[in-house]
Design a protein. Structure first.
Length: 763
């Protein structure tokens, strides 16, 4: 068994508890004040689906305290989440005042979770884990400084060493370095990154081998030619040095100091100055691009498009470089999307009716909105953001205005003018409606593509938001919900009234009506009853849009991941069909919309894109009838205008605000068959009773020391099929295994469908 396997096993075992004395913990907290394990956590994420890591950046398994709390709520009824906290020690949990800001939302978890620490309460360091006989591996490591430094250098390599081969040996610095000496290109890159550091960690034999390797394979002598010669050869790239550069491109995260080292490179001649491998050249190109993009905002629409195209031909090749992967070419990446957006705008939108224009937009137009978002998502600093916003104002704004003006001219023919045009969401057993707040069409199209990539059968139909396109008006505007609502006078929030109470139709009324109409509403943390017709809600696209404006683009992927994950949870729970719905779209323009003056005293209610004029007021603005009572007049901001100062808005009439999609998702048969849950277990000495739920046809259960390794079974013979009711009894013959940590797994063929940590003989 590898050291990594033992580490995973120990982490999971930390979550064990006596069910008769304590409640189930919500998470395992792995504190690491010195960040000793931070560099190898990507390996844990690959073998532990429940692994989460505190970080200032956002990714698939890492993020801030709020992200982790959200992920914990999503992982209920699954493997106990393991939360790795680099830079946070166990002792820091003693005081909320001194607790790190990035982790403040996790402070209460000490009362709900369990810590993975040494018996003395200290954090597990790699040295302690390897050497401790109490909770660790009990290996013998030399305690000198050189071994400690070598351990820090070779911890990643060490994770994949077999424990049995290290047991009984005294391991020193030289032994640790030999483990990582098999990769010659890695040695060379480590030396270029920092020669003194590399040579210090090598033994005499490693250094001799390295010097010989450089002379024979790479044509230079480190001692005679020096460090700078290696830097020049790596950047200029000839012969076998191409392989070395390719390794750096593929594994740049393994050499974090190398980019700074390469900045020492100074070109020998004029033609060498434009070497794209030089980090200084890349930086100069980013500076030049920022200056050029900043000037685009002063150009006309056509001039701006020409300028963007010219810049793209020069700079977008850097969008695929290693510097882009290292976040050192954000504007080159942004420019790629700006140019794509501009080219699609030139292609234009076709159609002379709502339906024709919707078809054109669903074919290609939505990609323009996506490209605009991605252009902003690529940058993070204010100078870069201002440069990108200038281009969007010069190009994207013009397209938005033209498109909005076209559809506003068709207001009398709007497809959803009143209750008689309401969309139908019929109740059906086994069907769950997933309401995603603010799922604009471009996001819906991306969601469809993701679902198809997962093998699901996916279809969509065009729907339209009720007017004005705000939540209070549009969310209940479907059949049979419309039978619970009436429209008399428009409320301040554009909400209709409940037929039952005569009062404003609020969230609580909506949920009560769902139940009365045969829909089972359940929260985001639950999965509902697949035998009923369900309704659940997720998504903060609209919330983030109102709160963060242009920076909504930074949040899109995070929320999309949450929606995709939620759909996966519902499929695993056994729902036969999923229909994703929303209430409205939105328009978004970094830098703000054109300001439209509408004095407050002329209205009884005014939002960014819509208003309720007072009786008899002459305002000269476009107007439509309220969906719930067409006699009630709603004034709209013309084009993409706004009555306030916003970068994100809805409530008006534009294709992006009004066009929505109803997405039908039929889970792939293979995925539905994988839905198996270990419902309950009970030990009686060495006999284990098991109850499964879900699709357990053809499923067997087994007890293993390694979940994915059939050869590690503790049963003889290994595995046992469950009966028609999903039940099985397993007996562990070896009494010496009592008290040992293991895994209960449910399998179909060679595939593990569900697993649970168990302790032999203990409930």
């Amino acid at each position: 068994m590898k050291i990594l396997d033992h580490l995973v096993q120990c982490l999971r075992k930390a979550g064990e508890y006596n069910r008769h004395d304590t409640a189930s913990p919500s998470a395992i907290l792995w504190t690491d004040g010195d960040k000793s394990w931070e560099g190898v956590c990507h390996h844990l994420s690959k073998v532990m689906p429940e692994f989460l890591m505190l970080s200032g950046k956002m990714g698939e398994y890492f993020g801030g305290g709020t992200f982790i709390r959200y992920q914990i709520s999503r992982k209920q009824n699954k493997s106990l989440p393991v939360i790795y906290l680099p830079g946070v020690s166990r002792q820091q949990f003693r005081s909320a005042i001194a607790f790190p800001e990035i982790a403040k939302h996790l402070y209460p978890l000490q009362f709900l979770g369990k810590f993975w620490t040494q018996d003395n309460g200290k954090d597990w360091t790699p040295f302690a884990f390897l050497t401790s006989a109490n909770g660790g591996l009990g290996l013998e490591l030399a305690r000198d400084k050189a071994t400690g430094e070598a351990l820090n250098e070779q911890i990643e390599t060490l994770l994949f060493q077999d424990v049995a081969e290290l047991t009984g040996k005294k391991i020193g610095a030289e032994d640790l370095h030999k483990m990582g000496a098999g990769d010659t290109i890695r040695l060379l890159l480590e030396w270029i990154e920092n020669p003194k550091k590399a040579e210090k960690k090598w033994g005499k034999e490693e250094k001799k081998a390295f010097l010989a390797l450089c002379k024979k394979e790479y044509g230079f002598d480190p001692e005679k030619d020096g460090h700078m010669a290696a830097i020049e050869k790596l950047i200029e790239g000839e012969g076998k040095w191409e392989r070395v550069w390719k390794r750096f491109e593929d594994a740049y995260t393994s050499f974090p100091g190398l980019p700074e080292t390469l900045e020492k490179y100074r070109p020998a001649g004029l033609f060498d100055e434009a070497n794209p491998r030089s980090p200084l050249f890349n930086k100069s190109q980013e500076t030049e691009l920022r200056e050029r993009l900043t000037l685009v905002k002063e150009l006309s629409f056509k001039e701006a498009q020409i300028s963007v195209g010219e810049l793209a031909r020069k700079h977008t090749n850097r969008a695929d470089s290693v510097w882009a992967k290292l976040d050192q070419a954000p504007l080159a990446i942004s420019l790629k999307y700006l140019n794509s957006m501009s080219e699609k705008i030139t292609a234009g939108q076709v159609g002379n009716t709502w339906e024709e224009l919707a078809g054109s937009y669903l074919s290609e137009g939505w990609r323009i909105d996506r490209d605009a978002r991605e252009a902003v998502n690529a940058v993070r600093t204010m100078p870069d953001l201002k440069a990108v916003i200038g281009v969007l104002q010069a190009v994207y704004r013009i397209w938005l205005e033209e498109l909005a003006n076209r559809v506003q001219a068709w207001a009398p023919d709007y497809p959803k003018k009143g209750v008689e045009n309401a969309t139908s969401f019929p109740p059906e057993p086994g069907l769950v409606y997933v309401f995603v707040d603010g799922l604009r069409v471009d996001l819906a199209q991306e969601l469809i593509d993701i679902c198809k990539s997962k093998g699901h059968s996916t279809d969509s139909e065009v729907t339209w938001s009720a007017l004005p396109s705000v939540t209070a008006t549009a969310k209940p505007a479907w059949r049979p919900m419309v039978d619970k609502v009436k429209g008399e006078a428009v409320g301040d929030g554009f909400q209709p009234s409940s037929i039952k109470t005569g009062k404003s139709f609020e969230t609580a009324d909506f949920r009560k009506a769902l139940k009365e109409l045969g829909y089972d509403f359940f929260k985001e943390t639950d999965t509902g009853d697949p035998d009923l017709c369900g309704w659940t809600e997720i998504g903060k696209f609209d919330t983030y849009g109102h709160d963060q404006g242009a920076k909504l683009a930074w949040r899109i992927q995070e929320e999309m991941d949450a929606v995709v994950g939620r759909i996966g949870e519902l499929i695993e729970a056994g729902w036969k069909k999923i229909v994703v719905v929303t209430d409205h779209g939105w328009i978004w323009l970094p830098g703000g919309f054109p300001k439209i003056d509408l004095p407050k005293h002329l209205t009884s209610s005014k939002w960014g894109r819509c208003a309720v004029p007072k009786p008899g007021v002459k305002h000269g603005l476009p107007q439509v009838g309220w969906f719930w009572n067409p006699i009630q007049e709603i004034a709209l901001a013309p084009g993409i205008g706004n009555f306030g100062k916003e970068e994100y808005a809805h409530g008006g009439m534009s294709l992006q605000e009004c066009l929505t999609l109803k997405i039908h998702i039929q889970p792939s048969p293979g995925m539905m068959n994988k839905s198996v849950t270990i419902e309950s277990i009970k030990w009686v000495r060495l006999k284990l009773g098991i109850q499964l739920s879900g699709s357990f046809g053809g499923v067997s259960v087994d007890i293993r020391s390694r979940a994915n390794d059939p050869k590690s079974s503790l049963l003889c013979p290994p595995g046992k099929p469950v009966d028609q009711e999903g039940k099985a009894s397993l007996f562990v013959e070896n009494e010496d295994t009592e008290g040992q940590a293991a895994f209960l797994v449910a399998t179909r063929g060679d595939e593990v469908l569900a697993k649970q940590n168990v302790t032999i003989g203990e409930n």
